[in-house]
Design a protein. Structure first.
Length: 519
């Protein structure tokens, strides 16, 4: 028997959750009939009205009905019997039919509520994610953020357009997980000239940033239980990636000469990888001394370990030319050099690179092939041309001057305005400045009034690997900062960045005003 009213079978646009705005009429009818079959409102074997009648009663075209019926028939929900019309199939394709209530909303709700058992690797990684937040605060002196107003986006757009205008096979069907040859050779040239990196383009792999570089290194070289040594303080953004590998992430202290190499000898077993920022520790800004560089290379050789040199913003050294890389000193092919364009250009470019010891290239290439292939080739092509036409070099030179001026200005302001409460730590470059809070300033208490009244963001450096631990070398510098989400974390510095023009003034509330107490 055919029912007289079928209006319920044709959901209105807003009722139809399965397809959103813009759903064509046939799709809506298809979903209506399908749901009715699945939740039992239409029974197996039940006859549907003739397409002409249904179209008329729903006020839609017959074509729409025929197209929906065709689709439902080809998916097995309907059967056509010659001369008799369309029927709900007696055997239905969807296994959910057997379970009674089949409303698609209920189904997805149940699926959403089901507890998910994540892998140990994901659980470890997510633990770190909670502590790490990228800075997107639109304020001056926000750490790790370049001055985006100074980037030549018009030129960048032209280069991107140019890549698309006559894309060759490398752009449309890329097949080398190392990345685009043009960009790799430009990076190799730049690194040889400006950083003393010992490499050819064949050792360069383009990645989506330093984090991916670290992820690949951990996948390639680390087994669960191995030790990865990292700097403490150091960049929290990489820790989740390292911990996900199942390795034990072992923090090693950084002092005014950089990573404490003696600390490497104290780990329960020799670290398999040491991740270090020899040019400039993030966030303290200290440089690894020559004696320690040589000791680190020797340690790696003695312990058959790898060193990952994270050279995240070495382009910006203001007191002289960029320092030579650790990789350039390495004679035993132990250093994996990592660079990123996040700071020197802009974070959303999502491009960085690895310079691999030749023996590691085949393994990394193979692993990369199973990861994400390569970053978008057109962006790589645009960046390759940006280098080849000299724009990268001029951008770096322009920004080095600009940031250098801002840094001097900021240091002067601190000297004039705030030398009783802030003591700038020595550092020769980078995109931020670290200062100790002097005396009994409590960073938790001064953070809010400072952020309200001044252009300085007192922020949590989300750094220490060991929350809650106080660093004892300089008791008055051991401070607790709060993270942007208000969680208390252990750290002991205030960091300021200079991504704004230098017409800032420091109107820093004094301890008395901000109601701080001693630790
Ligand atoms: C020490 C360090 N390494 C790497 C990066 C950049 O990571 P990515 O290239 O994944 O953006 C940053 C960014 O702030 C950093 O501070």
């Amino acid at each position: 028997m055919v029912r007289s009213d079928y209006s319920w079978i044709y959901p209105s646009q807003s009722d139809n959750k399965a397809d959103d705005v813009g759903t064509t009429a046939y799709r809506r009818l298809y979903h209506g009939i399908r749901s009715a079959i699945l939740d039992g409102r239409l029974h197996p074997g039940e006859r549907l009205p003739a397409s002409r009648d249904l179209a008329k009663s729903l006020g839609i075209s017959r074509n729409t009905v025929v197209t929906s019926f065709d689709l439902l028939t080809s998916e097995g929900y309907l059967e056509t019997r010659v001369g008799a019309g369309s029927f709900v199939a007696s055997t239905l394709p969807d296994r959910d039919m057997q379970t009674g209530d089949h409303s698609s909303c209920k189904k997805s709700q149940t699926a959403n509520d089901r507890p998910i058992r994540l892998s140990q690797s994901a659980t470890r990684m997510l633990t770190y994610q909670r502590r790490f937040a990228r800075f997107r605060v639109a304020r001056p002196f926000t750490p790790a953020t370049p001055d985006l107003d100074a980037f030549p986006f018009d030129l960048w757009a032209r280069l991107l357009r140019r890549s698309w205008r006559a894309p060759d096979i490398d752009l449309t069907i890329p097949d080398d997980p190392l990345g685009l040859p043009l960009l790799r050779s430009e990076i190799a040239k730049w690194l040889r000239q400006s950083r003393g990196v010992n490499c050819t383009a064949d050792q360069v792999m383009i990645v989506s940033g330093a984090q991916q570089a670290l992820d690949l290194a951990a996948r390639a070289l680390v087994d669960p239980g191995d030790i990865i040594a990292t700097e403490d303080p150091g960049y929290e953004g990489i820790r989740g990636v390292l911990a996900a590998s199942g390795a034990v992430v072992q923090p090693i202290t950084v002092d005014e000469d950089g990573l404490d190499i003696d600390g490497l000898a104290q780990t329960p077993s020799p670290a398999r990888i040491v991740v270090t920022t020899p040019s400039r520790n993030y966030p303290l800004g200290t440089t690894l001394s020559l004696a320690r560089r040589l000791a680190l290379l020797q340690w790696a050789q003695d312990n058959d370990a790898w060193i990952v040199e994270d050279d995240y913003d070495s382009e910006y050294r203001y007191d002289g030319p960029p320092l030579s890389s650790l990789q350039g000193l390495d004679t035993d092919n132990r250093v994996i050099y990592v660079g990123t364009f996040s700071r020197v250009l802009f974070p959303g470019i999502r491009l960085g690179y690895l310079v691999l010891p030749p023996a590691l290239v085949p393994a990394f290439r193979g692993i990369r092939g199973f990861a994400d292939g390569v970053p978008a080739p057109t962006t790589q092509a645009a960046l390759g041309t940006f280098f080849a036409e000299g724009h990268f070099g001029s951008h770096v030179r322009k920004m080095r001057l600009r940031y250098g001026e801002r840094r001097s200005h900021l240091k002067n302001l601190i000297t004039v305005d705030a030398s009783d409460i802030l003591s700038v730590m020595p550092s020769d470059g980078g995109l931020h400045l670290c200062a100790r809070l002097i005396g009994d300033q409590d960073d938790i208490k001064c953070r809010k009034p400072w952020s309200r009244r001044t252009l300085i963001v007192v922020h949590c450096l989300h750094i220490s690997t060991i929350p809650g631990q106080k660093v004892g070398r300089n008791p008055c510098a051991v401070l607790c900062l709060v993270s942007p989400d208000g969680k208390k974390m252990c750290f002991r510095k205030v960091s300021v960045n200079w991504s704004e023009p230098s017409d800032v003034s420091l109107d820093v509330p004094r301890a008395r005003e901000s109601g701080t107490t001693s630790l």
